[in-house]
Design a protein around this ligand. Structure first.
Ligand SMILES: *[C@@H]1O[C@H](CO)[C@@H](O)[C@H](O)[C@H]1NC(C)=O
Ligand SMILES: *[C@@H]1O[C@H](CO)[C@@H](O)[C@H](O)[C@H]1NC(C)=O
Ligand SMILES: *[C@@H]1O[C@H](CO)[C@@H](O)[C@H](O)[C@H]1NC(C)=O
Ligand SMILES: *[C@@H]1O[C@H](CO)[C@@H](O)[C@H](O)[C@H]1NC(C)=O
Ligand SMILES: *[C@@H]1O[C@H](CO)[C@@H](O)[C@H](O)[C@H]1NC(C)=O
Ligand SMILES: *[C@@H]1O[C@H](CO)[C@@H](O)[C@H](O)[C@H]1NC(C)=O
Ligand SMILES: *[C@@H]1O[C@H](CO)[C@@H](O)[C@H](O)[C@H]1NC(C)=O
Ligand SMILES: *[C@@H]1O[C@H](CO)[C@@H](O)[C@H](O)[C@H]1NC(C)=O
Length: 579
């Protein structure tokens, strides 16, 4: 109950309306019966105790577990699903980082392991390593395979999965799979400000001295009653030029007719437009307590006949759902419709590209709730909607007679890679949650921390560098004066890596003294858009575990970890703390 009360404070902090919506969704969850995650018959509820308990399936959690073992403490990873590696195993092989030298520690070891994995001949099934090297793929952190530094930045999902599985096996790190945390409001037991344990839906109880929330969503954060935000801060709240609701400049979509019956504004809007805005000045820069930037699936495509599963018509397909895409094409847009960054073995990591793509804009929230606050059942419904949308999007591109033959042929050259996500029908295991909750921590990163990075923080340690642009995918499509505009899309190039302080990973001591949060950390929506990258998550995961163990060793709360010692240990463990 205590944790619920604190959690509500978090909601109230953002918006009192949201409080009402969330109350409803929690009730819906309690009342709902059908479990989303499969019950494995052999699983029995367990009670286990560890020095450090990590919740969530991300590379932050994995790096934290590896670090905990290295510091000779006991650790367990508890994950809601079955497959290790988060997005690195669910399609994201196009490593998001603009300067490879900003990546040190365990994160760098991961990219070195990728390099080593691809030294082995059997991993090259559809091309040779030499052929891939010859393409000189310019990945984001540097050349895809860096023979001098012995790191590789591009990889297939199954390579990542194999590496993480071996890493936890070799490290004897216990992984509890299919153990979603109990989100009913009683999932966390506290003694004062100390988290004693959390419980999963199976009834298993995980006791620990320190807890790390490494979930994309921040489900342990919420269950522990630590305040957080969802959505977007107002522009003036942290003095962020890119902040708040912001209608983007007109694009090609502004030239298409938005009405079901072209020219007839009483016939209704075609699908994919979230709202009509009559008074743009009234909304510009305002906060938004529930909308989320678009999610999608990161897809693995190939043109190799032997490995290609053609795009197909999904269940409940109706071409009229893709009217916005068809009109976009009819207005002259010729592509690309998705990215096709080359991973090894003639496969892609395909992300959204263009205004109508694999991002299901507006698909992860409505006026009442959003993906993050949704129950597990509602999340599953949303995941399915994203999947069917994406399959139908690709099918429309290859099948609709309204799509020019040249585009149909070009898209149809691709198909799903048959040798990826094999236990999931060649579909990524996880949806790409680009942003979840954001804790209200001791320090909140904001836009200026990304664009004018600090080189030191008063009485605090730098726990890692991030290196990415400000990058928010569209939050919504809106209609203004009869024209369609994207809303909330931010793409601002930055020139150098930025420092992340320890205080942005921890809450105030009044909420929890043994909790640390490397993913859903304390940041504005805008700053988070540059932080939210897989290598950065690994870096922060390692630092989180280091601090957690120092707190145990020093017998202090997480807030009181000696910062000088923390910095020294991170540096000794090859974290890059300045450039
Ligand atoms: C709570 O913590 C206090 C102080 O550490 C301890 O004395 C007490 O036994 C704990 N209570 C429970 C129920 O564990
Ligand atoms: C709809 O179209 C009519 C005729 O062009 C116009 O008078 C009216 O203002 C439009 N209404 C809206 C809501 O755009
Ligand atoms: C416009 O659409 C409305 C609603 O479907 C319909 O009643 C009306 O007849 C249409 N107007 C024209 C001119 O087709
Ligand atoms: C915008 O204007 C239309 C037509 O004037 C009206 O029907 C609608 O309610 C207005 N929307 C808002 C959010 O004010
Ligand atoms: C497709 O959707 C349109 C518009 O909602 C509807 O009129 C049509 O009946 C649907 N077609 C099928 C096959 O369900
Ligand atoms: C689209 O798919 C339908 C159903 O499979 C098929 O009958 C039709 O020939 C396809 N059209 C094109 C242009 O490929
Ligand atoms: C840093 O610590 C010093 C000494 O304890 C203190 O005087 C100062 O106020 C602290 N600064 C901040 C920004 O917390
Ligand atoms: C910090 O590290 C120094 C040197 O290793 C050690 O002597 C000291 O006890 C440490 N301080 C704390 C609070 O652990």
């Amino acid at each position: 109950m205590l944790s619920l009360k604190n959690g509500l404070l978090g909601f109230l902090f953002t918006n009192s309306l949201l409080f009402i919506f969330i109350s409803f969704s929690s009730i819906a969850f309690v009342a709902s019966a059908s479990p989303v995650y499969p019950e494995s018959p052999e699983r029995r509820a367990v009670t286990s105790q560890y020095d450090v308990v990590i919740y969530g399936n991300t590379v932050a959690g994995l790096a934290a577990a590896v670090q905990t073992k290295r510091m000779k403490k006991t650790v367990a990873i508890v994950i809601p699903g079955n497959t290790l590696g988060g997005l690195t195993t669910s399609g994201l092989g196009w490593t998001d980082n603009k300067k490879g030298d900003s990546i040190g520690g365990i994160a760098r070891e991961f990219y070195a392991k990728i390099y080593t994995y691809y030294q082995s001949k059997p991993t090259w099934k559809y091309e040779t390593r030499a052929a891939y090297v010859a393409k000189k793929v310019g990945a984001q952190p540097g050349i895809a395979i860096d023979e001098t530094k012995k790191v590789q930045w591009t990889f297939e999902p199954k390579a990542s999965e194999a590496i993480w599985e071996k890493w936890v096996k070799d490290g004897k790190i216990p992984v509890f799979r299919n153990e979603p945390i109990d989100r009913s409001g009683n999932g966390v037991t506290m003694n004062g400000t100390t988290i004693v344990s959390f419980t999963t839906q199976s009834g298993s109880v995980f006791e620990g001295k320190m807890f790390i929330d490494a979930s994309y969503e921040g489900d342990l954060l919420e269950a522990a009653g630590i305040p957080y935000r969802i959505g977007r801060e107002a522009r003036n709240e942290f003095n962020e030029p890119a902040g708040g609701i912001s209608i983007n400049l007109p694009g090609k979509l502004s030239t298409i007719d938005p009405y079901i019956e072209p020219g007839n504004n009483s016939s209704g809007l075609i699908k994919g437009i979230q709202q009509v805005i009559n008074d743009t000045a009234a909304v510009d820069g305002q906060s938004d307590p529930y909308s989320l930037q678009a999610y999608n699936y990161r897809l693995s495509f190939t043109k190799t006949a032997a490995n290609r599963k053609p795009f197909f018509q999904p269940a409940d397909y109706n071409e009229s759902d893709y009217e916005i895409l068809l009109r976009y094409i009819e207005s002259g847009y010729k592509g690309p419709f998705f990215t096709s960054q080359l991973m090894p073995n003639l496969k892609t990591d395909s992300n959204a590209a263009g205004q109508v793509s694999t991002d299901l804009i507006g698909g992860n929230y409505n006026e009442e709730s959003n993906y993050i606050e949704d129950s597990y059942e509602q999340r599953a419904v949303s995941m399915l909607a994203h999947k069917l949308y994406t399959q139908g999007f690709l099918w429309t591109l290859v099948n609709s007679t309204r799509v020019p033959q040249s585009i149909r042929t070009a898209v149809n050259a691709w198909g799903y890679s048959k040798d990826e996500f094999v236990s999931n029908d060649n579909w990524p295991y996880e949806i790409y949650v680009r942003e979840g909750r954001r804790m209200n921590g001791l320090y909140t990163m904001s836009q200026s921390d990304i664009q004018q990075p600090q080189t030191a923080f008063a009485n605090d340690s730098i726990v890692g560098l991030g290196s990415y642009y400000l990058d928010v995918h569209q939050v919504q499509r809106v209609l203004v004066d009869g024209k369609i505009y994207d809303e909330g899309h931010v793409h601002i190039v930055t020139t150098k890596p930025f420092a992340i302080p320890f205080n942005s990973l921890i809450p105030s001591a009044e909420y929890a003294t043994n909790f640390i949060n490397p993913i859903t950390m304390s940041s504005t929506h805008i700053a988070y858009s540059a932080i939210r990258m897989e290598p950065t998550y690994m870096i922060l995961g390692q630092s989180a575990a280091t601090a957690a163990i120092m707190a145990i060793q020093q017998g202090v709360s997480i807030q009181d970890v000696d910062r000088t010692n923390l910095t020294a240990r991170l540096a000794a463990d090859k974290q890059v703390l300045s450039l």
